[in-house]
Design a protein around this ligand. Structure first.
Ligand code: NAD
Ligand code: UD1
Length: 333
Protein backbone atom coordinates (compact mmCIF):
# COMPACT_ATOMS: atom_id res chain seq x y z
CA UNK A 1 0.00 0.00 0.00
CA UNK A 2 1.05 3.60 -0.59
CA UNK A 3 1.10 4.98 2.95
CA UNK A 4 1.45 8.54 4.17
CA UNK A 5 3.55 8.40 7.34
CA UNK A 6 3.20 11.68 9.23
CA UNK A 7 5.99 12.33 11.73
CA UNK A 8 7.93 9.62 9.89
CA UNK A 9 11.38 10.95 10.82
CA UNK A 10 10.55 10.74 14.54
CA UNK A 11 11.36 7.90 16.92
CA UNK A 12 8.47 5.50 16.31
CA UNK A 13 7.71 6.71 12.78
CA UNK A 14 11.24 6.02 11.52
CA UNK A 15 11.23 2.45 12.83
CA UNK A 16 7.81 1.91 11.29
CA UNK A 17 9.05 3.11 7.89
CA UNK A 18 11.69 0.35 7.97
CA UNK A 19 9.10 -2.32 8.77
CA UNK A 20 6.64 -1.02 6.15
CA UNK A 21 9.29 -1.29 3.44
CA UNK A 22 10.33 -4.75 4.69
CA UNK A 23 6.71 -5.83 4.20
CA UNK A 24 6.48 -4.46 0.65
CA UNK A 25 4.61 -1.22 1.37
CA UNK A 26 5.53 2.20 0.02
CA UNK A 27 5.81 4.87 2.74
CA UNK A 28 5.83 8.58 1.92
CA UNK A 29 7.21 10.50 4.89
CA UNK A 30 6.03 13.92 5.99
CA UNK A 31 7.63 15.77 8.90
CA UNK A 32 8.27 19.39 9.84
CA UNK A 33 11.45 18.45 11.76
CA UNK A 34 10.07 20.03 14.97
CA UNK A 35 11.46 17.08 16.92
CA UNK A 36 13.58 15.19 14.39
CA UNK A 37 16.49 15.64 12.05
CA UNK A 38 16.74 15.44 8.28
CA UNK A 39 19.78 13.15 8.75
CA UNK A 40 17.39 10.38 9.89
CA UNK A 41 16.29 10.10 6.25
CA UNK A 42 19.82 9.18 5.11
CA UNK A 43 20.10 6.65 7.91
CA UNK A 44 16.76 5.12 6.96
CA UNK A 45 17.85 4.88 3.33
CA UNK A 46 21.02 3.14 4.46
CA UNK A 47 19.01 0.57 6.43
CA UNK A 48 16.53 -0.22 3.64
CA UNK A 49 19.00 0.19 0.76
CA UNK A 50 16.81 2.46 -1.36
CA UNK A 51 15.48 5.98 -1.69
CA UNK A 52 12.51 7.01 0.41
CA UNK A 53 10.22 9.91 -0.45
CA UNK A 54 10.26 12.69 2.14
CA UNK A 55 8.35 15.97 2.11
CA UNK A 56 9.24 18.58 4.72
CA UNK A 57 5.88 20.00 5.63
CA UNK A 58 3.89 21.27 8.58
CA UNK A 59 0.57 19.48 8.86
CA UNK A 60 -1.14 22.55 10.25
CA UNK A 61 -0.48 24.24 6.88
CA UNK A 62 -3.65 23.53 4.88
CA UNK A 63 -2.30 24.54 1.47
CA UNK A 64 0.76 22.31 1.73
CA UNK A 65 -1.32 19.37 2.89
CA UNK A 66 -3.75 19.89 0.00
CA UNK A 67 -0.82 19.89 -2.44
CA UNK A 68 0.52 16.71 -0.83
CA UNK A 69 -2.76 14.86 -1.33
CA UNK A 70 -2.97 16.10 -4.92
CA UNK A 71 0.53 14.73 -5.58
CA UNK A 72 0.16 11.22 -4.17
CA UNK A 73 -2.71 8.71 -4.36
CA UNK A 74 -2.45 7.45 -0.77
CA UNK A 75 -4.16 4.22 0.24
CA UNK A 76 -3.75 4.86 3.95
CA UNK A 77 -2.32 7.23 6.54
CA UNK A 78 -0.33 6.39 9.67
CA UNK A 79 -0.48 9.51 11.81
CA UNK A 80 2.45 9.83 14.22
CA UNK A 81 3.01 13.59 13.97
CA UNK A 82 2.46 15.58 17.14
CA UNK A 83 4.17 17.08 20.15
CA UNK A 84 4.66 14.55 22.94
CA UNK A 85 6.47 16.00 25.96
CA UNK A 86 4.16 15.82 28.95
CA UNK A 87 5.85 18.52 31.07
CA UNK A 88 6.12 20.92 28.13
CA UNK A 89 2.42 20.42 27.41
CA UNK A 90 1.60 21.65 30.92
CA UNK A 91 3.75 24.75 30.36
CA UNK A 92 2.52 25.41 26.80
CA UNK A 93 -1.02 24.04 26.56
CA UNK A 94 -2.11 26.21 23.62
CA UNK A 95 0.87 25.13 21.56
CA UNK A 96 0.03 21.50 22.24
CA UNK A 97 -3.67 21.79 21.49
CA UNK A 98 -2.99 23.88 18.38
CA UNK A 99 -0.38 21.55 16.94
CA UNK A 100 -1.85 18.17 17.81
CA UNK A 101 -5.50 18.91 17.17
CA UNK A 102 -5.10 21.27 14.20
CA UNK A 103 -2.67 19.02 12.33
CA UNK A 104 -5.08 16.11 12.69
CA UNK A 105 -8.10 18.14 11.54
CA UNK A 106 -6.22 19.44 8.50
CA UNK A 107 -5.12 15.90 7.71
CA UNK A 108 -8.63 14.45 8.09
CA UNK A 109 -10.16 17.18 5.92
CA UNK A 110 -7.65 16.46 3.17
CA UNK A 111 -8.31 12.72 3.49
CA UNK A 112 -12.03 13.36 3.20
CA UNK A 113 -11.63 15.57 0.14
CA UNK A 114 -9.34 13.08 -1.60
CA UNK A 115 -11.31 10.02 -0.58
CA UNK A 116 -8.56 8.45 1.53
CA UNK A 117 -10.47 6.47 4.14
CA UNK A 118 -7.89 4.44 6.06
CA UNK A 119 -6.17 5.93 9.12
CA UNK A 120 -4.07 4.49 11.91
CA UNK A 121 -3.57 6.88 14.82
CA UNK A 122 -0.81 6.97 17.46
CA UNK A 123 -2.65 6.99 20.74
CA UNK A 124 -1.24 6.25 24.15
CA UNK A 125 -1.86 4.34 27.35
CA UNK A 126 -2.10 7.83 28.84
CA UNK A 127 -5.80 7.87 27.78
CA UNK A 128 -6.46 5.37 30.60
CA UNK A 129 -5.43 8.05 33.11
CA UNK A 130 -5.10 6.55 36.57
CA UNK A 131 -5.98 2.89 35.92
CA UNK A 132 -8.87 1.48 37.92
CA UNK A 133 -7.87 -2.06 36.96
CA UNK A 134 -4.78 -3.88 35.72
CA UNK A 135 -3.94 -5.15 33.22
CA UNK A 136 -5.55 -2.50 31.06
CA UNK A 137 -8.00 -3.75 28.47
CA UNK A 138 -9.20 -1.70 25.52
CA UNK A 139 -12.57 -1.49 27.24
CA UNK A 140 -11.06 -0.14 30.48
CA UNK A 141 -12.24 3.30 31.47
CA UNK A 142 -10.53 6.24 29.74
CA UNK A 143 -10.32 9.94 30.60
CA UNK A 144 -10.41 9.70 34.40
CA UNK A 145 -7.16 10.97 35.86
CA UNK A 146 -5.53 12.40 32.74
CA UNK A 147 -3.26 15.04 34.23
CA UNK A 148 -1.85 17.00 31.30
CA UNK A 149 -2.75 18.64 27.97
CA UNK A 150 -0.70 16.12 25.98
CA UNK A 151 -2.84 13.30 27.36
CA UNK A 152 -6.02 15.25 26.66
CA UNK A 153 -5.02 15.74 23.01
CA UNK A 154 -4.81 11.94 22.64
CA UNK A 155 -8.17 11.52 24.36
CA UNK A 156 -9.80 14.22 22.22
CA UNK A 157 -8.30 12.93 18.98
CA UNK A 158 -9.59 9.43 19.73
CA UNK A 159 -13.04 11.00 20.12
CA UNK A 160 -12.75 13.01 16.88
CA UNK A 161 -11.75 9.90 14.95
CA UNK A 162 -14.57 7.90 16.54
CA UNK A 163 -17.09 10.59 15.58
CA UNK A 164 -15.76 10.58 12.03
CA UNK A 165 -16.28 6.84 11.74
CA UNK A 166 -19.80 7.21 13.18
CA UNK A 167 -20.61 9.82 10.53
CA UNK A 168 -19.34 7.74 7.61
CA UNK A 169 -18.85 4.02 7.95
CA UNK A 170 -16.61 3.86 4.89
CA UNK A 171 -13.76 5.19 7.06
CA UNK A 172 -11.50 2.60 8.62
CA UNK A 173 -10.08 3.96 11.86
CA UNK A 174 -7.53 2.15 14.03
CA UNK A 175 -6.42 3.61 17.35
CA UNK A 176 -3.18 2.13 18.66
CA UNK A 177 -2.56 2.74 22.33
CA UNK A 178 1.17 2.46 22.90
CA UNK A 179 2.58 1.56 26.28
CA UNK A 180 6.24 2.56 26.86
CA UNK A 181 8.32 2.30 23.70
CA UNK A 182 12.05 1.75 24.29
CA UNK A 183 15.08 0.45 22.40
CA UNK A 184 16.34 1.16 18.93
CA UNK A 185 16.94 -0.48 15.56
CA UNK A 186 19.53 -3.26 15.75
CA UNK A 187 21.67 -1.48 13.12
CA UNK A 188 22.39 1.25 15.69
CA UNK A 189 21.51 3.81 12.99
CA UNK A 190 18.18 5.05 14.33
CA UNK A 191 16.78 5.43 17.83
CA UNK A 192 15.42 8.00 20.24
CA UNK A 193 17.44 11.20 20.38
CA UNK A 194 15.79 13.59 22.85
CA UNK A 195 16.92 17.19 22.79
CA UNK A 196 17.82 18.56 26.23
CA UNK A 197 17.39 16.62 29.44
CA UNK A 198 15.46 13.38 28.81
CA UNK A 199 12.05 13.06 30.49
CA UNK A 200 11.57 9.36 30.01
CA UNK A 201 13.31 6.64 31.96
CA UNK A 202 15.30 4.77 29.32
CA UNK A 203 16.89 7.78 27.57
CA UNK A 204 17.93 9.04 31.02
CA UNK A 205 19.40 5.67 32.02
CA UNK A 206 21.29 5.52 28.70
CA UNK A 207 22.87 8.92 29.26
CA UNK A 208 23.90 8.01 32.81
CA UNK A 209 25.45 4.76 31.58
CA UNK A 210 27.53 6.59 28.96
CA UNK A 211 28.63 9.23 31.49
CA UNK A 212 26.75 12.19 30.00
CA UNK A 213 24.63 12.48 33.15
CA UNK A 214 25.84 11.80 36.66
CA UNK A 215 23.03 9.74 38.17
CA UNK A 216 19.44 8.76 37.71
CA UNK A 217 16.76 10.10 39.99
CA UNK A 218 14.30 7.32 40.83
CA UNK A 219 10.94 9.00 41.34
CA UNK A 220 9.68 7.32 44.49
CA UNK A 221 10.16 3.88 46.06
CA UNK A 222 7.03 3.77 48.17
CA UNK A 223 4.46 2.72 45.56
CA UNK A 224 2.42 -0.43 46.05
CA UNK A 225 4.54 -2.40 43.56
CA UNK A 226 7.02 -5.27 43.64
CA UNK A 227 9.91 -3.09 44.94
CA UNK A 228 8.14 0.21 45.57
CA UNK A 229 9.23 1.83 42.28
CA UNK A 230 6.92 2.59 39.35
CA UNK A 231 5.92 -0.29 37.09
CA UNK A 232 5.43 0.08 33.32
CA UNK A 233 5.01 -2.04 30.21
CA UNK A 234 8.16 -1.41 28.16
CA UNK A 235 7.86 -2.45 24.52
CA UNK A 236 10.70 -2.64 21.99
CA UNK A 237 10.16 0.03 19.35
CA UNK A 238 10.71 -2.51 16.54
CA UNK A 239 7.90 -4.68 17.91
CA UNK A 240 5.77 -1.56 18.10
CA UNK A 241 6.66 -0.70 14.49
CA UNK A 242 5.63 -4.18 13.37
CA UNK A 243 2.32 -3.67 15.17
CA UNK A 244 1.60 -0.85 12.72
CA UNK A 245 2.21 -3.12 9.74
CA UNK A 246 -0.20 -5.69 11.21
CA UNK A 247 -2.75 -2.94 11.86
CA UNK A 248 -2.39 -1.70 8.28
CA UNK A 249 -2.78 -5.16 6.81
CA UNK A 250 -5.92 -5.73 8.88
CA UNK A 251 -7.48 -2.32 8.38
CA UNK A 252 -11.12 -2.61 7.42
CA UNK A 253 -11.55 -6.01 9.11
CA UNK A 254 -13.29 -4.44 12.11
CA UNK A 255 -16.96 -3.50 12.28
CA UNK A 256 -16.28 -0.33 14.22
CA UNK A 257 -13.25 1.69 15.29
CA UNK A 258 -10.39 -0.76 15.93
CA UNK A 259 -8.75 -0.07 19.29
CA UNK A 260 -5.63 -1.99 20.28
CA UNK A 261 -3.19 -1.90 23.16
CA UNK A 262 0.35 -2.30 21.88
CA UNK A 263 2.34 -3.53 24.87
CA UNK A 264 3.99 -6.71 26.08
CA UNK A 265 1.55 -7.46 28.89
CA UNK A 266 4.41 -7.44 31.44
CA UNK A 267 4.95 -4.84 34.12
CA UNK A 268 8.58 -4.01 34.97
CA UNK A 269 9.82 -1.77 37.80
CA UNK A 270 12.34 1.08 37.57
CA UNK A 271 14.89 -0.94 39.55
CA UNK A 272 14.41 -3.91 37.21
CA UNK A 273 15.03 -1.63 34.23
CA UNK A 274 18.24 -0.32 35.81
CA UNK A 275 19.47 -3.87 36.39
CA UNK A 276 18.61 -4.96 32.84
CA UNK A 277 20.42 -1.96 31.40
CA UNK A 278 23.50 -2.58 33.54
CA UNK A 279 23.60 -6.18 32.30
CA UNK A 280 23.18 -5.19 28.66
CA UNK A 281 25.74 -2.39 28.72
CA UNK A 282 28.27 -3.66 31.23
CA UNK A 283 28.15 -0.17 32.80
CA UNK A 284 26.87 0.81 36.18
CA UNK A 285 23.92 3.16 36.49
CA UNK A 286 24.18 5.11 39.75
CA UNK A 287 20.86 6.34 41.12
CA UNK A 288 19.27 8.05 44.08
CA UNK A 289 15.69 7.80 45.21
CA UNK A 290 13.87 11.14 45.25
CA UNK A 291 10.24 12.23 45.71
CA UNK A 292 7.51 10.94 43.45
CA UNK A 293 7.05 12.83 40.17
CA UNK A 294 3.74 14.73 40.23
CA UNK A 295 1.15 13.11 37.97
CA UNK A 296 2.87 9.68 38.01
CA UNK A 297 0.89 6.52 38.60
CA UNK A 298 2.12 3.41 40.42
CA UNK A 299 1.65 0.86 37.69
CA UNK A 300 0.49 0.61 34.10
CA UNK A 301 0.60 -2.45 31.86
CA UNK A 302 -1.43 -3.87 29.04
CA UNK A 303 -3.61 -6.80 28.36
CA UNK A 304 -2.29 -7.21 24.82
CA UNK A 305 -4.43 -10.21 23.87
CA UNK A 306 -6.82 -8.33 21.56
CA UNK A 307 -4.00 -7.32 19.19
CA UNK A 308 -2.84 -10.94 19.13
CA UNK A 309 -6.31 -12.32 18.41
CA UNK A 310 -7.37 -9.75 15.81
CA UNK A 311 -4.14 -8.48 14.27
CA UNK A 312 -2.00 -11.59 14.70
CA UNK A 313 0.62 -9.42 16.40
CA UNK A 314 2.47 -9.79 19.66
CA UNK A 315 5.66 -8.34 21.09
CA UNK A 316 8.57 -10.72 20.58
CA UNK A 317 11.65 -8.93 21.85
CA UNK A 318 12.73 -8.92 25.49
CA UNK A 319 13.68 -6.09 27.82
CA UNK A 320 17.27 -7.31 27.46
CA UNK A 321 17.06 -7.00 23.64
CA UNK A 322 15.74 -3.45 24.01
CA UNK A 323 18.51 -2.46 26.44
CA UNK A 324 21.20 -3.92 24.17
CA UNK A 325 19.83 -2.10 21.12
CA UNK A 326 19.40 1.15 23.06
CA UNK A 327 22.99 0.89 24.26
CA UNK A 328 24.32 0.28 20.72
CA UNK A 329 22.37 3.34 19.57
CA UNK A 330 23.54 5.48 22.51
CA UNK A 331 27.16 4.76 21.59
CA UNK A 332 26.50 6.01 18.03
CA UNK A 333 24.62 9.23 18.81
P1 NAD B 1 8.67 12.04 17.94
O1 NAD B 1 8.62 13.42 18.47
O2 NAD B 1 9.99 11.39 17.84
O3 NAD B 1 7.99 12.02 16.49
C1 NAD B 1 6.94 12.88 16.12
C2 NAD B 1 7.32 13.56 14.84
O4 NAD B 1 6.27 14.44 14.43
C3 NAD B 1 8.58 14.43 14.97
O5 NAD B 1 9.54 14.01 14.03
C4 NAD B 1 8.09 15.86 14.73
O6 NAD B 1 9.05 16.63 14.06
C5 NAD B 1 6.83 15.62 13.89
N1 NAD B 1 5.81 16.68 13.98
C6 NAD B 1 5.29 17.25 15.10
N2 NAD B 1 4.37 18.17 14.76
C7 NAD B 1 4.29 18.15 13.40
C8 NAD B 1 3.53 18.91 12.46
N3 NAD B 1 2.66 19.84 12.83
N4 NAD B 1 3.72 18.66 11.13
C9 NAD B 1 4.60 17.71 10.73
N5 NAD B 1 5.36 17.00 11.57
C10 NAD B 1 5.20 17.22 12.89
O7 NAD B 1 7.65 11.14 18.78
P2 NAD B 1 7.48 9.57 18.82
O8 NAD B 1 7.99 9.08 20.12
O9 NAD B 1 7.97 8.95 17.57
O10 NAD B 1 5.89 9.49 18.89
C11 NAD B 1 5.10 9.36 17.72
C12 NAD B 1 3.65 9.46 18.11
O11 NAD B 1 3.35 8.45 19.07
C13 NAD B 1 3.26 10.79 18.76
O12 NAD B 1 1.97 11.14 18.34
C14 NAD B 1 3.28 10.46 20.24
O13 NAD B 1 2.42 11.30 20.96
C15 NAD B 1 2.77 9.04 20.23
N6 NAD B 1 3.19 8.28 21.42
C16 NAD B 1 4.50 8.23 21.75
C17 NAD B 1 4.91 7.55 22.90
C18 NAD B 1 6.36 7.51 23.30
O14 NAD B 1 6.63 7.19 24.46
N7 NAD B 1 7.31 7.78 22.44
C19 NAD B 1 3.95 6.90 23.69
C20 NAD B 1 2.62 6.95 23.30
C21 NAD B 1 2.24 7.65 22.16
C1 UD1 C 1 5.36 8.96 30.21
C2 UD1 C 1 4.31 10.03 30.06
C3 UD1 C 1 3.07 9.44 29.41
C4 UD1 C 1 3.42 8.74 28.11
C5 UD1 C 1 4.43 7.66 28.42
C6 UD1 C 1 4.78 6.87 27.18
C7 UD1 C 1 4.76 11.47 32.02
C8 UD1 C 1 4.24 12.01 33.32
N1 UD1 C 1 3.99 10.58 31.38
O1 UD1 C 1 4.88 8.10 31.16
O2 UD1 C 1 2.12 10.45 29.16
O3 UD1 C 1 2.27 8.17 27.54
O4 UD1 C 1 5.59 8.29 28.99
O5 UD1 C 1 6.10 6.87 26.88
O6 UD1 C 1 5.83 11.86 31.57
N2 UD1 C 1 11.26 7.49 36.13
C9 UD1 C 1 12.24 7.69 37.08
N3 UD1 C 1 13.23 8.60 36.80
C10 UD1 C 1 13.31 9.29 35.61
C11 UD1 C 1 12.29 9.05 34.65
C12 UD1 C 1 11.29 8.16 34.95
O7 UD1 C 1 12.22 7.10 38.15
O8 UD1 C 1 14.23 10.10 35.43
C13 UD1 C 1 10.20 6.48 36.42
C14 UD1 C 1 8.80 7.06 36.43
O9 UD1 C 1 8.46 7.50 37.71
C15 UD1 C 1 7.98 5.86 35.96
C16 UD1 C 1 8.94 5.11 35.02
O10 UD1 C 1 10.24 5.55 35.36
O11 UD1 C 1 7.69 5.02 37.04
C17 UD1 C 1 8.68 5.41 33.55
O12 UD1 C 1 8.68 6.82 33.35
P1 UD1 C 1 8.57 7.47 31.89
O13 UD1 C 1 9.58 6.86 30.99
O14 UD1 C 1 8.59 8.93 32.04
O15 UD1 C 1 7.16 6.97 31.36
P2 UD1 C 1 5.69 7.11 32.01
O16 UD1 C 1 5.74 7.67 33.36
O17 UD1 C 1 5.03 5.80 31.85
Amino acid sequence: MKVLVTGGLGYIGSHTVVELIASGHEPIIVDNLANSKQSVLNRLQKIVGKDIVFEKLDLTDKDSVEKLFTSYPFDAVIHFAGHKAVGESVAKPLEYYRNNIDSTLVLLEAMSKHNVKNIIFSSSATVYGNPSELPLEETSQTGIGITNPYGWTKYMLEQILTDLKASDDSYNVTLLRYFNPIGAHSSGLIGEDPSGLPNNLLPYVQQVAIGKLEKLKVFGNNYDTIDGTGVRDYIHVVDLAKGHVSALENIGNQNSVGIYNLGTGNGVSVLEVIKAFENASGKSVPYEVVDRRPGDIAACYADASKAKAELGWQAEKTLQDACKDAWRWQQNV
